[in-house]
Design a protein around this ligand. Structure first.
Ligand code: DGJ
Length: 712
């Protein structure tokens, strides 16, 4: 039962202690909420002047400031377009060391309520925040804007943001830092099913200018939403002052997605997870901790070394070819073989991407003994077996589509194909059951399978749902995400021991909302190691390396030792034609697996330290990052020379170690077994005791550090 704080809506403050930072809201004499504090001391802010002089806590259309875009815009049942909220009460519910807080407001003229909801996770300092709207107006209301947060920052002239958006497929996590200028900057994503191919739903804000790993104010914000997202940054300069007021609005992208809300029903916005930290290193510590605690499935389970067949065979394989690859996977020392796309389809065999999606029976021409023979072949070689599925999709050339042409996402026009496929409409009850059934049936038909790659290879292009009435079609964008999450939830519940990789044409679905039913994601189809270093650098700001699948492939035709070293700094695996490798190459693969065995606990569960940036500064030809054991007894550092050096070798300052401990130092470029570089103290290593060694383009060093003497 919630504690209800019935304090009158005067200057009584609502304080949120987020763990190391927080915010304070206070109601003015009319009950309107204002943000009186935000930041490291934000939860303790005093209300120095009347609350009305502080920025709106979450501006509504029709609120006191007519010059700035709102975070909430509603057309009421009678056609009124303005909303004015006043504080009703604050519900606080303890959750161990944390709490859930609901700041309940009501419209001053309508029977409509908006709750500003918060759940703390003080151990990490990440705050989860969303809004809920319900009403009892005489008819439906329309929500046009429904941001989850809308805080205001007092920023300096060089306030900067970093966004993670690129050209689309194979260009995820492109790093762009820019200075904010007055006006509104919108960073959004579209496409519905794989929007994060276009732009990851994360944003770094440096309100007082660029920061580094250790110092400076940095705010990190992640929209935990498996659909279209939007960040909007409204910067208004102050007169006769160098500073400005920056409002950050974040939530689902409402473009084309106005939500028609019936009386007696509740709209729940996406959750936005955000934190305020000192330096980017702390920001990642916080997001990693929170992701492990509140998002990832089985966060403490060490992830397997995976061999996938996609890039070596595409659709062209048979049982013998796959068993050959399984053999090789065992030979190099992997844990799991993952059979990718192309194994199914009977009437319409999946020989390419034009047919078979939806028909989840093994193609007996390719696999005469079905999947069990492959599970068995893997088991005999002490490997686990995993399987690729794409439950949300259908090819028109399939038995499924021939039986259920009405099951797809479409408006009144003929639906357009994308990658020769259509998306199933999860708002149709039978479709959700079918999708859950796909995984049940595939796993049931191949007992012993313990890993699933869940793919989704097209966006929404013809938004419409036969499950919604004509005047609710725009609700589909929000409802599809929730319906898909229901399917994923049922699958996770039904197969608690099966590990699941989230994939959508690469990293098209890398959000903290969808990931709750998964163990990891496919970071990008782009596996060129040079590009991957930068992608993993950006992605690693938000996710622990255990979640970021990274496979060695032949993309970019880079030297194999370099490609292995890049994949080793995330969840390691191969997507190489192992059968075609010569002995020397196989030796490199075996050596990489041996390094993975020694270091994967550090990479997956240790603390990330970023050392040399490939995305900041003028010389972006190098990168270095490390992972340190929680007790600082061991660490692994990866150094990459991505291009010809542009400047003299960087000093390698290895931070995060025990300064008083002595560490042995072993280094390899993976072309041989490496060598010892002696020993040094943690303090000396932080001071550059190890010189930069990877001095030729596309070479790497993996440095393993082991503490031999701890302080007394
Ligand atoms: C897109 C994925 O990102 C690839 O890894 C592969 O699984 C293909 N789909 C298969 O169609």
């Amino acid at each position: 039962m919630a504690n209800t704080d019935d304090a009158p809506p005067d200057q009584e403050a609502v304080r949120i202690d987020a763990g190391g930072w927080g915010w304070t809201w206070a109601a003015d004499t009319e009950g309107r909420l204002h943000q009186v504090g935000l930041g490291p001391d934000g939860a303790d802010a005093s209300v120095d002047v009347e609350a009305i002089w502080y920025p709106d806590s979450h501006p509504t259309w029709g609120g006191p400031d007519p010059y700035r875009p709102p975070g909430l815009r509603i057309t009421h049942a009678d056609g009124t377009t303005t909303t004015r909220l006043r504080l009703d009460r604050v519900d606080r519910q303890p959750l161990g060391d944390d709490e859930s807080v609901s700041v309940c407001t009501v419209d001053e003229s309508f029977d409509l309520r908006v709750r500003f909801c918060v759940t703390t996770h003080r151990a990490s300092g990440v705050l989860e925040q969303w809004i809920e709207v319900d009403h009892d107006e005489g008819g439906p209301v329309v929500l046009w804007d429904y941001d989850s947060i809308a805080p205001t920052f007092l920023v300096g002239t060089d306030a900067t943001i970093t966004q993670f958006g690129g050209a689309g497929w194979a260009d995820e996590w492109a790093w762009t830092t820019e200075r904010l200028t007055p006006g509104t900057k919108v960073l959004d994503s579209l496409g519905g099913i794989q929007p994060h191919l276009q732009r990851a739903p994360m944003l770094l804000l440096e309100p007082n200018g660029p920061t580094d790993e250790h110092a400076g104010d940095v705010v990190g914000c992640s929209i935990a939403w498996g659909g279209n997202t939007r960040f909007a940054l409204d910067l208004r300069p102050r007169a006769n002052d160098d500073r400005g007021d920056l409002r950050l609005r974040a939530g689902a992208n409402p473009l084309g997605a106005q939500y028609v809300l019936d009386p007696g029903t509740t709209f729940v916005s996406p959750t936005v997870a955000w934190t305020w930290s000192t330096g980017r290193g702390q920001l990642s510590d916080r997001f990693h901790r929170w992701t492990r605690s509140r998002v990832l499935r089985d966060p403490d389970r060490t992830r397997p070394i995976v061999v996938n067949n996609w890039e070596s065979t595409f659709f062209d394989f048979d049982e013998q070819r796959i068993v050959g690859l399984i053999d090789r996977a065992a030979d190099v020392g992997a844990d799991l073989f993952l059979l990718d796309d192309g194994w199914f389809g009977t009437t319409s065999p999946r020989d390419d991407d034009t047919a078979g999606l939806g028909d989840w029976e093994p193609d007996r021409r390719k696999l005469p003994r079905g999947l069990p023979a492959l599970v068995e072949a893997a088991g005999e070689r002490h490997l686990r077996f995993g399987i690729w599925v794409e439950p949300e999709m259908v090819n028109p050339d399939s038995d499924l589509f021939r039986a259920h042409p009405d099951w797809v996402i479409r408006d009144r026009r003929a639906p357009r194909e994308h990658r020769n496929q259509l998306a199933l409409d999860p708002l149709i009850d039978e479709v959700r059951d079918f999708e859950v059934g796909v995984v049940d049936r595939v796993l049931g038909g191949a007992p012993g399978t313990s890993y699933v790659k869940w793919d989704a290879n097209r966006p929404v292009t013809d938004p419409g749902s036969s499950a919604l009435p004509a005047d609710r079609q725009s609700n589909a964008w929000v409802d599809w995400v929730r319906a898909t999450w229901e399917v994923m939830h049922r699958v996770a519940e039904g197969h608690p021991d099966v590990e699941v990789m989230l994939c959508a044409s690469g990293g098209g679905r890398t959000d903290h909302g969808t990931l709750r039913w998964f163990h990891e994601f496919w970071t990008s189809d782009n596996t060129d190691p040079v590009t991957r270093v930068r992608m993993q650098w950006a992605c690693g700001h938000w996710f622990p390396a255990s979640a970021m699948a990274a496979h060695v492939t032949s993309w970019g035709a880079r030297p194999l030792p370099f490609a292995c070293a890049v994949a080793l700094s995330a969840r390691f695996g191969f997507d190489l034609d192992l059968d075609a490798l010569d002995d020397d190459a196989l030796t490199v693969c075996r050596r990489a697996v041996a390094v993975a065995r020694r270091t994967q606990d550090l990479v997956q569960h240790g603390r990330l330290v970023r050392l040399v940036s490939p995305v900041d500064g003028t010389d972006r030809s190098r990168a270095a990052l490390g992972f340190v054991a929680p007790d600082r007894s061991r660490a692994v550092v990866f150094c990459y020379q991505l291009d010809d050096p542009l400047s003299p070798p960087a000093e390698l300052r290895i931070t995060g170690l025990d300064p008083d401990g002595t560490y042995t130092i072993d280094a390899t470029d993976l072309s041989d077994d490496g060598r010892s570089l002696g020993a040094a103290s943690g303090a000396a290593l932080a001071d550059g005791a190890v010189a930069w060694m990877a001095d030729e383009a596309t070479t790497a060093r993996v440095i393993e550090l082991t503490r031999v003497a701890a302080p007394d």
